[in-house]
Write a protein that binds this ligand. Structure first.
Ligand code: SF4
Length: 458
């Protein structure tokens, strides 16, 4: 969860300030960025001060129960602010909005707009309608509202891009993993035309972006619904040839769609970072089948082996869920065994929880919360050992780092990432932001590395 915004300029009216709160995934962050840009064209300035905002925009996530609860608790805090400032407009978009629609307006009677996952492009017009007519609106279109969305970048004269810029290439998912709400709230797969993606990447590169993060629920099935069915591999090749971008990452990939062609890209395309996030979810074939994941543990391991043969230095991260209905101790041990075998560089792990629409909510043999909690701790401590050990192996190596900005650690340090997505903090000036530098790794921690500048050719 994060808030976007800056300190308020003193001259503007409070009704011109926009507070954005984003919950959940990187795709939501990308949508929030677009809403910020869209509303900037209507005169709204970003703020990080809730009390000064004229518009509060919440981009929500309901993929996990915890994220959904955070949304409700945040909404609860807004009631008193609305009482003090009745002119304030509160907008809720994203998965929770899609899932609950009008019910959200009923439950929180001070909300002004509820906008479904396919309606975000219309926020400026909806906001105006709500202001002029004093209407409370639930907008949940069946089809994407694209009219004022797709050309936003073209019509923005200058884009001040961060060093790493997200670019959505597709939305939705056709896979229907039994635990997942995404196909129900985000809809079926829809890919953006390749030419439009290339245009957007050129624009963000002109605005200063050096790395792009291609986003989609399942990026490697990109293009299936487009004329001529272009593939994700073709898209990667075109980005390398037709844009000046110097690093490419992508997320999320589905193991069942990780083709040999895509694996070959890691050996062929130099801008493609040597890093892959490949969610495995479980190490037991029985659980993977119940999850409807479409692969077995041995197939997953075979894909990893092939990738490491083509690109031995590749960094890997994954998602794992513990306590899926019916998960026995033996199933869980198989997940630990897979972790031990793969040796991921990083892992995102979660406890299973029933989600609305998800088929697994009706599955029998639910695992007790205490058992889930114990399994999660065991899994996370195994992974913490692996991550630290792998980070420690970096000490003494010189790595290419793309500098992203000041380090959170302060002390005048700056931070960047290696190709393998490891955060490196080191002493340096802010003129290095956006540059690739060689950094000698001097120390390793659980979540980052410490380094010193080895070489920079300005
Ligand atoms: S691949 Fe599965 S987990 Fe991922 S978004 Fe699609 S249905 Fe959800």
């Amino acid at each position: 969860m994060r808030a976007r915004g800056d300190v308020l300029p003193k001259t503007a009216e409070s009704s011109q300030y926009l507070y954005i709160q984003t919950f959940g995934c990187q795709m939501n962050e990308y949508d929030s960025l677009r809403v910020e840009r869209m509303l900037a064209r209507e005169g709204y300035l970003p703020t990080s001060d809730l009390n000064s905002a004229g518009v509060i925009f919440l981009n929500t996530c309901s993929v996990r129960e915890k994220a959904e609860q955070k949304v409700y608790s945040f909404l609860g805090r807004l009631r008193s602010i609305k009482v003090r400032n009745p002119g304030l407009k509160i907008i809720v978009a994203g998965c929770v909005a899609q899932q609950l629609g009008k019910k959200l307006l009923e439950r929180f009677d001070y909300l002004d707009l509820v906008v479904g996952t396919r309606g975000v492009a219309s926020i400026a017009q909806l906001l105006e309608r709500s202001q002029v007519k004093e209407e409370r609106i639930a907008h949940l279109p069946e089809e994407e509202d694209q009219a004022h969305w797709l050309h936003l970048f073209e019509r923005t004269s200058s884009i001040d891009s961060p060093v790493v810029a997200p670019v959505t290439i597709m939305q939705g998912c056709n896979n229907f993993c039994t635990y997942c709400i995404v196909p129900h709230v985000r809809g079926r797969e829809r890919s953006r035309p390749m030419a439009e993606i290339i245009r957007e990447i050129r624009l963000v590169a002109n605005g200063g972006a050096r790395e792009i993060l291609l986003l989609g629920q399942n990026v490697n099935s990109y293009g299936r619904g487009l004329p001529g069915k272009p593939s994700f591999v073709e898209l990667l090749h075109r980005i390398c040839v037709e844009t000046e971008i110097s690093r490419i990452r992508f997320t999320t990939s589905h193991p069942k769609d990780l083709t040999d062609d895509l694996i070959a890209c890691f050996g062929e395309l130099s801008p493609l970072c040597k890093f892959l996030h490949l969610p495995v979810q479980a190490g037991s074939d029985r659980i993977l089948r119940l999850m409807n994941r479409g692969y077995t543990a041995s197939r997953y391991l075979e894909r990893i082996e092939r990738l490491r043969t083509i690109c031995p230095e590749v960094g890997l991260s994954s998602d794992v869920m513990v306590g899926f209905p019916g998960e026995t101790e033996e199933d869980f041990r198989e997940t630990l065994q897979l972790l031990d075998e793969v040796q991921f560089d990083n892992l995102f792990s979660f406890r299973y929880s029933d989600r609305p629409y998800a088929r697994s909510a009706d599955f029998p043999d639910k695992v007790a919360e205490g058992i889930k909690a114990r399994r999660l701790i065991e899994l996370q401590s195994l992974q913490a050992e692996i991550t630290l050990r792998k980070n420690q192996r970096e000490v003494g190596c010189v790595r290419e780092v793309l500098v992203e900005g000041p380090s959170k650690s302060g002390d005048g340090q700056i931070m960047g990432r290696t190709q393998q997505n490891r955060i490196v903090n080191f002493q340096g000036t802010e003129r290095l932001i956006g540059k690739k530098v060689q950094v000698r790794i001097m120390g390793a921690f659980s979540h980052s590395l410490k380094g010193e500048l080895a070489e920079y050719r300005g």
